[in-house]
Design a protein around this ligand. Structure first.
Ligand code: AMP
Ligand code: DBH
Length: 549
């Protein structure tokens, strides 16, 4: 482990500090400051459980849990994989870890043995936090998946994992209930503003997901910048609809932006309008963020709802390209301003501005948060192209990482020598400096905002004994934007298999369900490029016309 993950060179760090972007704040301290300034203001609302935690209560809970974690040997720099649904404990846990200087690794509820096992072993995680609810309660509020079973499998596979903590009122099984961990607070020094705060996940384009190291200073700047652009202040009420651990609802401006502003966070247990609309009415929600497929669903439902959505001022839509037609429908249906957001967990976040002309709001994905976000749009030879011409988006700036965590080979490809991140997105810049996402150069499928690395899924399909070769590509889909199609060549001597068996096989390997191919097609050969490489471009074209094979 002698590799040092690249970070900002000293002259950049100095510049970002001098400009006032990095202000020497930490998450642990910012919660303390808010709690001291307004202890009785509501910070977190967890509606299904009727929890309403004030800033004072969240602060105290974070302190008590931090003390309990520390007593169990969780130390500064330790990694803790956190896999929780949209529940109040998510914030108690991550702020406790922030206070210690231990690093949450933000897993999604959809992740399974393959992903969680990898996060735990690759980061040598000290602990893993999961959710269990009382199974007798009708309807199960989140998902019915048994995370304790997953935890048992992972613990057997990863000997370094010392603790599993179970949040929620379900039977913790052989593990320790999170509720038993908290104890009397002990003073701690806490991390420095330039220290890592957590590891975020990348959708990625490689065989295994990449981890994204974010510091207190850089991430908090992105929150402050986002709040200003999205109009978040202490009167705001943010509804967290997407999985809380995802970078978009976490930081754009997200739950952490809302807490930074001293605002209120309302946790939505499920993303459907039937769950969300009553909460918007009851809690007077002012802003929320959705991926495009949900935004379509909400605008459809919003047209004829009897719920009062008049408090909603801003709907952020991002994670995948939002079509112009769908974008035009937002205000008529929901009565709020659309704000497009084109962001990435690696850093750079672009927003349309609330006062941009409607045409800009519906036809672009916004412009960067910071005057110090450097944008380069280049051709295949890394030569800059003129405005209006699509090219590869490269970026560098005060909240964009200089390298993935412990990934030397990948970093050499994903970053230029002078530290620009190669986003893998194809964009063009308009005269107004807004970016329009035109496509993608990375080998990834964007399934309604859920990113899938083709190579990762291909590797799992290749493990099937009947499979000779596999290629996974995106197919256009009217609802999700894209779905996945796996083209598979079977071994000549293989027993016949059905497409559904390939899907089941991938699922059984313990992969998040959204990565299981939507469609599997058997072919005799793959189309090739001039130099004899598999042409994914031709495969994508073939996938558009299902009877072309
Ligand atoms: P990740 O790097 O996994 O955090 O995923 C970020 C990627 O999501 C970006 O690089 C884009 O490919 C995609 N993305 C996010 N927001 C948008 C958007 N508004 N329009 C198009 N693509 C988006
Ligand atoms: O897709 C993303 O990763 C994303 C989208 C919008 C993101 O990370 C963000 C805003 O911060």
């Amino acid at each position: 482990m002698s590799y040092q993950t690249p970070t900002w060179p000293a002259e950049f760090a100095e510049r970002y500090r001098a400009a006032g972007w990095w202000r020497g704040e930490t998450f642990g301290q910012l919660l303390r400051d808010r709690a001291e300034a307004h202890p009785d203001r509501i910070a977190i609302v967890d509606p299904p459980r009727e929890l309403r935690w004030t800033y004072g209560e969240l602060d105290l809970r974070a302190d008590r849990l931090a003390a309990g974690f520390a007593a169990r040997g969780i130390a500064p720099g330790d990694k803790v994989v956190v896999q929780l649904p949209n529940v109040a404990e998510f914030f108690e846990v991550v702020f406790a870890l922030f206070r210690i200087g231990a690093l949450p690794v933000f897993a999604l509820p959809a992740h399974r043995e393959t992903e969680i096992g990898y996060f735990c072993s690759f980061t040598e995680a000290a602990a893993y936090v999961v959710w269990a609810e009382d199974g007798d309660r009708p309807g199960g509020r989140y998902d019915s998946f048994d995370y304790r079973g997953l935890a048992a499998t992972v613990r057997d596979r990863v000997p370094t994992l010392r603790h599993v903590f179970v949040a929620g009122d379900g039977d913790p099984g052989p593990f320790e209930p999170l509720a038993d961990v908290a104890t009397d607070p002990v003073p701690t020094t806490g991390p420095a503003p330039g220290d890592l705060a957590f590891l975020q996940l990348s959708g990625g384009s490689t065989g295994v997901p990449k981890l994204i190291p974010r510091t207190h200073d850089d991430y908090i700047y992105s929150l402050r910048g986002s709040n200003e652009i999205c109009g978040v202040d202490e009167h705001s009420v943010f509804l967290c609809v997407l999985p809380a651990a995802h970078n978009f609802p976490l930081s754009s401006p997200g739950t952490l932006g809302a807490l930074y502003a001293g605002a209120r966070v309302v946790l939505c247990p499920r993303p459907d309008p039937e769950t969300a609309f009553p909460l918007i009415e009851r809690e007077r929600v002012t802003l929320t963020g959705l991926v495009p497929p949900l935004a379509l669903l909400w605008t459809e439902a919003g047209r004829q709802t009897s719920y009062d959505l008049s408090s909603l001022q801003v709907l952020l839509v991002g994670g995948a390209k939002f079509s112009e037609e769908a974008a035009r429908r937002v205000r008529p249906a929901l009565g709020c301003t659309l704000q497009q957001v084109f962001g990435m967990a690696e850093g750079l976040v672009n927003y349309t501005r609330l006062d941009d002309p409607v045409e800009t709001i519906v036809t672009t994905q916004g412009r960067p948060i910071s005057p110090d976000d450097e944008i380069r749009i280049v051709d295949d030879e890394d030569v800059e192209v003129p405005d209006g011409t699509p090219g590869h988006l490269l970026t560098r700036g005060p909240y964009t990482i200089r390298g993935y965590w412990m990934a030397p080979e990948h970093n050499a490809r994903a970053f230029t020598e002078d530290g620009f991140y190669r986003t893998g997105d194809i964009v063009r810049r308009t005269e107004t400096g807004h970016l329009v996402v035109e496509g993608r150069a990375k080998d990834q499928i964007n399934r309604g905002g859920e990113k899938i690395a083709a190579e990762e899924v291909e590797n799992h399909i290749l493990a099937h004994p009947a499979v000779h070769d596999a290629n996974v590509v995106a197919v256009p889909d009217p609802y999700l934007g894209e779905r996945t199609c796996a083209y598979v060549i079977l071994r000549a001597d293989a027993e016949p298999v059905k497409p559904v068996e390939i899907k089941k096989f991938v699922r059984r390997r313990g992969l998040a369900a959204y990565k299981v191919p939507d469609r599997v097609e058997f072919v005799d050969a793959f189309p090739q490029t001039g130099v004899g490489k598999v042409s994914k471009k031709d495969l994508r074209a073939a996938a558009r016309t299902p009877d072309s094979r």
